[in-house]
Design a protein around this ligand. Structure first.
Ligand code: RRO
Length: 314
């Protein structure tokens, strides 16, 4: 019997990506800090259609974070100064285990106040089943304690090196846009052995209450996220992609599939969505996934990798 082969565009198209060994069913994740405090909440992100999930940044000890107000709505997004509230890495091990039992790809975000802290926390998280670690050297809200670590390329190189020595899973380094030359810091992370970089964390800003005549946030300064951050984040991804060979994960103001494709075109291999999860709900992931799929069908792309960095070659 002769079988006629019917071309089925749908079945040929794949949204799965492999970011330095992190395998995702599609190129979307939540940004660290957004619904990342428990396996239950992160499970909702996955059920909403994300390709994988990222935990809240975990530190060596439980931490309450800053006093309220910690969030302010501003033009084009939000300012936050949560102050790294988290249950502590050791207390989150079971939550990661639960996500892994459910087959969810997990990236464990973490931070420390010293090289030793970073190494200790990374060691705790390695072997929990987390598929990758995201080294957060870019929190904008704890300068008085740690300094803005991610602004110093040599510190980023040193910490990345130290962490890479003790862990087996891929390490992504999340970068701050609050620097003159973000590509230089990305290169330092790559030299330190980073498997990928995530660009970007939030942009430092202030909101002022004219009636109270003082800053809105208890911490005065917070990190700007949301649509207002997007052009800055795209520029960062663009500059980094021109200088490093490791994958870039884009983050900053992604609200719909079009935004996500813009990041892919600038050189991101996947994207993280933060503020839009808060404004649109977890269904944003399925919408973005569907939109990317439709874009690929219409334009004849079969794999996400074919889109990555295309705008550099235009
Ligand atoms: O917790 C926070 O205040 C915070 C963190 Br760790 C971060 O990486 N980025 C941000 O905007 N806020």
């Amino acid at each position: 019997m002769r079988v006629r082969v019917v071309e089925n565009k749908m079945s040929q198209l794949s949204l799965a990506v492999d970011i330095a060994g992190l395998r995702l069913r599609n190129p979307t994740m939540n940004a660290a800090g957004v619904l990342g405090m428990s396996a239950k909440l992160l499970g909702r992100i996955y059920e909403g259609g994300a390709g994988g999930v990222v935990t809240k940044s975990l530190g060596p000890e439980p931490r309450r974070g800053h006093q309220n107000p910690t969030v302010a709505a501003v033009e084009g997004g939000f300012l936050n100064a949560m102050g790294l509230p988290n249950p502590g890495a050791k207390h989150f091990v079971g939550e990661i285990g639960r996500l892994k039992e459910a087959g969810v790809p997990v990236v464990a975000s973490f931070f420390g106040a010293s090289v030793k802290d970073f190494v200790d926390v990374a060691s705790t998280l390695d072997g929990t089943g987390a598929d990758a670690l995201e080294l957060n050297c870019s929190c904008p809200n704890v300068e008085e304690e740690f300094g803005l670590l991610g602004a110093d390329a040599s510190s980023v190189r040193r910490i990345t090196e130290a962490v890479k020595e003790v862990v087996n899973v891929p390490v992504f380094v999340k970068l701050t846009p609050n620097v003159t030359d973000i590509a230089e810091v990305a290169v330092a992370a790559e030299e330190g052995g980073a498997d990928a970089v995530t660009a970007v964390n939030t942009l430092r800003g202030i909101a002022v209450d004219v009636d109270l005549r003082r800053p809105v946030l208890s911490n005065t300064i917070g990190g700007l996220s949301g649509p207002a951050l997007k052009p800055v984040a795209l520029r960062c991804v663009w500059e980094i992609a021109e200088r490093v060979d490791i994958p870039v994960v884009g983050c900053g103001g992604i609200s719909d599939w079009r935004d996500a494709v813009e990041f892919l075109l600038c050189g991101a291999s996947a994207v993280e969505i933060g503020t839009a999860v808060l404004t649109r709900g977890v269904d944003v992931f399925r919408d973005v996934e569907k939109g990317i799929r439709a874009y690929m069908e219409e334009n004849g792309f079969k794999e996400v990798g074919e889109i990555v960095g295309l705008a550099h070659r235009a």
